[in-house]
Write a protein that binds this ligand. Sequence first.
Ligand code: CU
Ligand code: CU
Ligand code: CU
Length: 492
Amino acid sequence: MKSFPKFLVLCLVAMLAITACGNQAAAASSPVASGSQNVAVPSGQTLSYALESGLKDGKMVFIGVGGEIDGQVNPNLKAKLGDTLNIKLTSGEGAEHDISFPDFNATSEHVTGQGNSVTLSFTVDQTGTFPYFCTLPGHRQAGMEGKLLVADENGSVPAAAAPSSQASQPAAQAASQPPAPAAADAVDIVRDPTDLPGPIGDRGPTTVRVDFEAVELNGKLADGTTFNYWTFNGKVPGPFVRVRVGDTVEVHLKNPAHSNMTHSIDFHAVTGPGGGSALLQTPPGQESVMTFKALHPGLFVYHCATPMVAEHISNGMFGMILVEPAGGLPRVDHEFYIMQNEIYTTQKFGTQGQLTVDIDKLLNEQPEYFVFNGAVGALTTDHPLKANVGDTVRIYFGVGGPNFISSFHVIGEHLDKVYNLASLTTPPMTDVQTTLVPPGGATVVELKLEVPGKYILVDHALSRLERGLAGYLEVAGPDQPDIYKSGPASGN
Ligand code: CU
Ligand code: CU
Ligand code: CU
């Protein structure tokens, strides 16, 4: 966490100003004073509180700056009936936030960019305990919530708390409203399943640099439907990273200045706190670098690990890194890169327009969309997998989730080999119909294609087929009537 000398100075200035006005000097830190005023309508004081957004123990929080609340996480703010509160909110980590006291109809402007501030001023006209929080989607749930305690003239806060305001957007109400028109600037965020580097080949361990950029953008979720994705390098899933065991990997993560959120990466291939995310929390306009040694071979998921992590993943921030064992994997004719995730929108599946993320549905694990490679139709109409009769194919399949297990299945084919749970040091299972892949997990499967035609990739929890989850494997070549044909076995 950064240090606050600048804010301490500001706070001291604020406190001096209060003293000069004849109010108590300690107002900023202990507004509920013992001295009582014997008047019916209290003459309020002006109290100043400074807060800064930040990340603490994996949560997004408000941190007190100056006075008694200095350094406190989501501090209790105290006032007396009739007081006027001056709240200053600084973006400590550079991400976009606001602060809202809905019981007093007071919400600040948004603030973004490290060190920038907004102020909010209002008078407290009721006693009790009231929530304050950030209204940006997911931030309250990710931890940005504290309490304002308003005492009466005698300095006591009523025991019965006022009904606390709930989330700012009732989902049912939002769902009944038509969505905004589809974003005109929406782009194709689908990663082509053939977009992955080739085998490492026969080399010893070396140092490899990989570059990531956090890109927030409007993307096409389905025909006529757009969504604000958060991505690595503009595509879903993020880039396929390929190294070998023993390699030293230097990771660069850039977050453009126009981003609204801090982003990071947790690599399941990393040995170290947070899978690297402790070192890669990157506010807008900054770049972070970390280095790790790939100790274990396997196919590993990576994902953003900035609160709310589930939201960053669901919005598209996941991918995979393959750490090849020494000598690599057996040669195949085609390799494909596929990942599954769920998307939580306020609007129902199939709604046209620009859909909005729904944090309540996310927390209740009620997605509207299930997709391969980020969008409906990504692997059917847009980028079907293609091969020929007689070919061997290998699919690197992972689940970003954030919540749903995949029962990965290829309709009409067999998984000849399954590197279960993507372990490359365990002999693969053979002749499997359907394989389980947990969120934050992966598998490597291999198929030999015997019969031409169109095969459908699914999660065998087949309701999800109706919510966008399907891919095609198109196999070209001559018919194989000895394996598959119409009509009875006998006769010609
Ligand atoms: Cu916020
Ligand atoms: Cu992120
Ligand atoms: Cu993880």
